[in-house]
Design a protein around this ligand. Structure first.
Ligand SMILES: [Fe+2]
Ligand SMILES: [Fe+2]
Length: 191
């Protein structure tokens, strides 16, 4: 498959080592990242729909949601610019993300934080893996990922500081959400 026109590729006059990616791999990375950031906005929308804006944690969640919106917009623009096909699972992530946010917030604020901590733990690992694979292959994509990864780590730490680990059945809840997140990543890379 020749998708070279999707990725006008700058040379590497700096002579730095390349990563492990080809055009198709980078399209897949962008696809999964756009899906993930979209899902993140839906999770926080679900949490805020249940919690309303009077709970003390609502302001924190709204702040994180605004950052997810920035991440999503950036990847949306890159998908269009590069002619990458978005995941066909968008309608599913729309509903599943919102449901995950709503259900965890209905269990309680700490479960909502446990959800954020679990998701962001996986996303931090996912972005770190992508950055490693990219090397110097795609500075624009790497810069966006590194920028957003820093936000996700902040979200994870804020969630832990707001009682994530005191959520009911935390190890089970956290493990299930992390597993679901990894499955979502695996699916969105390909579908
Ligand atoms: Fe994000
Ligand atoms: Fe996040």
């Amino acid at each position: 498959m020749n998708a070279a026109k999707d990725f006008p590729r700058p040379g590497r006059p700096d002579g730095k080592a390349s990563g492990e990616t080809n055009d198709r791999a980078r399209a897949s990375m962008l696809r999964v990242d756009q899906a993930g950031e979209f899902g993140a906005t839906r999770i926080y929308a679900g949490q805020l729909a249940v919690m309303g804006d009077r709970h003390p944690d609502a302001r924190l969640i709204a702040g994180m949601a605004a950052q997810e919106e920035r991440h999503r917009k950036t990847f949306d623009a890159m998908i269009v610019q590069r002619g990458v096909r978005p995941t066909m699972l968008t309608p599913f992530w729309n509903v599943a993300g919102f449901a995950l946010g709503a259900v965890t917030a209905a269990i309680g604020p700490r479960a909502a934080m446990a959800c954020t901590a679990a998701i962001e733990t996986e996303i931090d690992l996912h972005y770190a893996e992508q950055l490693k694979q990219l090397g110097q292959d795609d500075p624009e994509l790497s810069a966006a990922i590194a920028d957003f990864q820093a936000d996700e780590v902040e979200h994870r730490d804020a969630a832990l500081a707001h009682g994530a680990e005191q959520a009911p059945a935390y190890p089970l809840l956290s493990g299930a959400i992390r597993l679901g997140c990894r499955a979502a990543i695996a699916l969105s890379k390909r579908i």
